[in-house]
Ligand binder design. Sequence first.
Ligand code: NAI
Length: 478
Amino acid sequence: MKIACIGAGYVGGPTMAMVALHCPEIEVVVVDINEERIKAWNSDKLPIYEPGLLEVVKECRGRNLFFSTDTKKHVGEADIVFVSVNTPTKTTGIGAGKAADLTYWEGAARLIASVSTSSKIVVEKSTVPVKTAEAIGKVLKRNCQDPNVQFEILSNPEFLAEGTAIEDLRHPDRVLIGGSDTESGRKAIESLASVYAHWIPRERILTANLWSAELAKLTANAFLAQRISSINAISALCEATGADVQQVAHAIGTDSRIGPKFLNASVGFGGSCFQKDILNLCYVCESVGLKEVAEYWYQVVSMNDYQKQRFVERVISAMFNTVSKKKIAIFGFAFKKDTGDTRETPAVDVCKGLIRDGAKVCVYDPEVTAEQIFRDLSAPKFEWDRPNYSRSASHMLENVQVVQDADAAAEGAHAICVLTEWDAFKTYDYQAMYDKMTKPAFIFDGRNILDHAKLREIGFIVYALGKPLDAFLQKNYA
Ligand code: NAI
């Protein structure tokens, strides 16, 4: 058996590496139009940072795992073709700002059709709007010259989380495979299930109809994001009432019906999927006339935007209503720890908000390059999810500095904003930083990871998200 995967990104690369690792008899080739990315996959500096990924890749690369730009050859030869390309939010035209742009998906389907001389199973790995398989089926059928070639489309959405991708792929809660309820559909589902069964217990391999599988992915992300927005909404109320969001989260999380996960209040969710997939879900709802359902889910995104804006306003109001020309150290730019991914990171909105008020931000992140930070801070909304984004120009910005260590960021700064929960941030010598900062020195902990009592002892004015406010930060403090 030969498997090809179109799209060597955060999903295509790790998922295919895991398949190759556990299925040594299957040849797995990941193809991409981005030459630089493929070059990086073939080197020791992989294009994405993910704990444990390099070890897996090294074990099977050159054995049965290959990365190539020769899309036509490998897709043409494959029995199963995964499609894991970008499905960004549309920026223009009908549905701009919410609908999924399926340009890249359709391009991949046309390619598959044009090079196929044998029947294939085509697997939707990208997150797509419900009913995409129907459209893709038509594209495949109408563009293939050989009438004997049959395509069976499966939906196999990916539930991995960045930062823990390898662990998630090794021991997934479930694998979901959706297909047609026909003889060939059931056969295709079984072929794909038998690949996963190399390392995943059969009872964890769920099957469903195509539309349920497509919709399950959008729903899973909507529910996860909703939990974050829910606890973030409560964090605002905690600050207004003197309650502590961590105590509230603990109290509700011990209820087995609610459970403890995804209850950390923060400066907001990020990542390539949550916002995009909810907007997409809303658009699908609107398209079928379910206005109230769409509005319900929009609120999850609005609450996230509110949380980022609220954080910016806290910083500015605490610092005497002006951050103009003040140096503000930004600790962390990735959308969460253990990844170098900055897509939809709240750090972009927070930095832009502070810069709009005249601040000079000085950013440090252990995994994100200066080039990436400048590119993100100068790019228009949704632009990051295009295949050529990583090759687009990165502009220097007057009020942004990127440094190689946290001490340099804090030196002379008026404030530190913690925007990513990197473990290393917890163990810094904050006394030494305090000594070199402008006074009063502020810390705005957007992730609630620092020892706030200790920081207050040092002399910092501390804002901890969703926690009782320091007297200094209260409006009536003189
Ligand atoms: P990515 O941007 O990292 O990778 C997509 C890759 O596809 C890029 O390298 C791009 O050059 C390539 N590509 C685009 N069009 C192509 C074409 N016609 N031929 C060959 N290569 C092409 O994106 P990522 O994060 O891997 O996401 C892919 C899909 O998976 C999206 O639909 C996303 O929503 C979904 N997803 C992402 C997750 C994540 O954590 N990043 C998790 C679960 C699903």
